[in-house]
Write a protein that binds this ligand. Structure first.
Ligand code: IFM
Length: 530
């Protein structure tokens, strides 16, 4: 196993670069002008804190379909906007949606095979935690509009699907695996979002998803509270939303080949900011609802619930570290892509117009018990002398459409953890996703995992309160608009295999060894380059 890029082989230089990056970060509104070195020092024993959560992550829409024997009517949820998005022939035919057209039946069928998957998770990998999502449209296939009383909501809920989730969560608990439940992982019920109608004609479509701000904030809080009431005896760790910024960016600002979320439109900046604000408010109201309704301490730690948000935290570096324009632009990217949203949900400091000035909002503050960080990439930024899109923000002194996204910088996970620690002291952190689709080149997934984990360990040693790591993903799954063409699984699943057999990749064995040892065994530990 080798680190992908070395840092000159000098331990002192590595440490100096890391330390410098932290202090410069602190002094410059918490962005990183200089990337930390690429490989951790060789001598470090990569260990992890006591009680560390070792997990893997999945999302319902991505893993549930494709059941070997169950009828598609129970295996596939046809009531979500994403179902419409990936199956509507006109949407699939529109090049602007970048949809693969892959049938959902090619998915790994976790809805049916969950007991088997949790056996693998426990007995083969040794996981003590697992992140899954509950699908809103499975709980409430029909509208809940105008119904606020929990007993009346219970009448509307799908008893069958609630029983299914209870069985899944019980299967985890029975195996001694702590569930972390995401309540909103991209999908909305069709009765709140007409994905096709809004893609073709946003002005006249109905319902309008995140654009119907008051409706959606109210309804998602009701849904979150209902799930917490029904399943809170099995769950203590809740994430309100997954990667809200991706919903805003790929759904409402700039859908593109990398990701399109429904409705896949490019709105005026004012409307984009309104969507972002809706998601911020939704988070706060969901937290209130979960805290109110989850009254059972499932794991006996004295707390019935801990509620956080999962965010793709992206460190930003100047393309030319010596250029003041690039440095300023990198700070602005860090603010607009990360902190503007996170400051609102963590501290209740809201900058709704993205002017760079924040106003306290009491009803948003103190709504984060932890931050889930999804780490995949860093960005490198070239600066402009003035705002490229003043109507978006005076801070847009960079072109958001031509940023260089770099997926090959494992030290970015360290920077993400340290930056979050410095900005939000005392807030527990989890890596809720980290993984690579590059699974079939020899050792790349193994290399990826060991190197990123080494940096997580290093971040912990340097003071980050990181409490768990969830690999993305347990299984090959339906990667949104890409279908099954991007595979992230520790277990491969052939989309055309009628049995959907799970076959471990070599990284699965590595992960099991790391978990068993509670550290990265020496033969797996990344080495410095020449
Ligand atoms: O598959 C996705 C997941 O749903 C959200 N985070 C990124 C993953 C890989 O693209």
């Amino acid at each position: 196993m080798g680190g992908r890029t070395g840092c000159g082989g000098a331990r002192a230089r590595c440490l100096a670069a890391a330390t410098r990056s932290i202090f410069v970060a602190l002094l410059s509104t918490l962005t990183l002008p200089v990337p930390a070195c690429q490989s951790p020092p060789e001598h470090v024993t990569y260990s992890f804190p006591q009680g560390f959560l070792w997990g893997a992550s999945v999302a319902g829409f991505q893993v549930d379909p494709g059941c070997p024997t169950l009828d598609a009517s129970s295996c596939v949820d046809t009531r979500s906007d994403w179902y419409v998005w990936v199956t509507d022939p006109d949407l699939v035919a529109d090049p602007a949606t970048y949809l693969s057209g892959e049938p959902l039946s090619h998915g790994p069928g976790h809805w049916e095979l969950f007991e088997h998957d949790y056996d693998l998770a426990k007995t083969e990998l040794g996981l003590n935690a697992f992140r899954l999502s509950i699908e809103w449209s499975r709980i409430f296939p029909e509208p809940t509009l105008g119904v606020d009383d929990p007993e009346a909501l219970a009448e509307l809920a799908s008893a069958e699907n609630l029983a299914h989730y209870r069985a899944e969560l019980t299967a985890l608990r029975d195996r001694g695996v702590t569930p972390l439940v995401t309540l909103h992982h991209y999908t909305l019920p069709v009765w709140l979002h007409d994905a096709a109608g809004c893609h073709w004609d946003l002005d006249h479509c109905s319902p309008r998803g995140w654009l119907d701000r008051e409706v959606i904030v109210h309804e998602i809080a009701k849904y979150a509270g209902f799930v917490a009431r029904e399943l809170g005896d099995l769950v203590d760790l809740w994430a309100t939303q997954n990667e809200p910024f991706a919903v805003v960016l790929a759904g409402y600002l700039r859908p593109g080949p990398d990701r399109t979320n429904p409705p896949g439109v490019s709105l005026a900046f004012e409307e984009v900011k309104a969507v972002s604000l809706a998601m911020i408010e939704a988070h706060a109201r969901m937290v209130d609802a979960v805290r109110f309704f989850d009254v059972v301490d499932a794991d006996g730690d004295g707390r019935a619930s801990q509620v956080g948000l999962v965010f793709a935290l992206t460190p930003a570096y100047p393309a030319d570290p010596g250029s003041p324009l690039d440095q300023a632009a990198a700070e602005n990217v860090a603010y607009l892509y990360n902190w503007a949203f996170l400051d609102a949900v963590v501290a209740g400091s809201l900058d709704a117009s993205l002017l760079g000035t924040q106003t306290p909002r009491e009803d948003l503050a103190d709504r984060m018990d932890f931050l889930g960080i999804n780490y995949y990439a860093v960005v490198r930024v070239e600066g402009e002398p003035s705002a490229v899109f003043p109507a978006l923000s005076p801070l847009s002194t960079f072109n958001p459409f031509t940023l260089t996204v770099d997926y090959e910088t494992p030290s970015g996970i360290y920077d993400a953890l340290l930056l979050a620690s410095l900005r939000y002291p005392g807030l527990p952190l989890y890596i809720t996703e980290n993984g690579t689709p590059d699974v079939d080149s020899p050792d790349s997934q193994r290399d990826y995992m060991a190197t990123h984990l080494a940096w997580v360990s290093r971040a912990w040693r340097d003071g980050a309160d990181v409490r768990g790591y969830f690999y993305w993903s347990l299984l090959d799954n339906y990667e949104w608009n890409h279908g099954m063409s991007m595979r992230f699984g520790l277990y491969s699943v052939d989309p055309l295999d009628p049995q959907k057999t799970r076959v471990p990749r070599p990284a699965a064995q590595d992960y099991a060894r790391i978990i068993r040892a509670g550290r990265i065994p020496d033969d797996l530990a990344p080495r410095l380059g020449p």
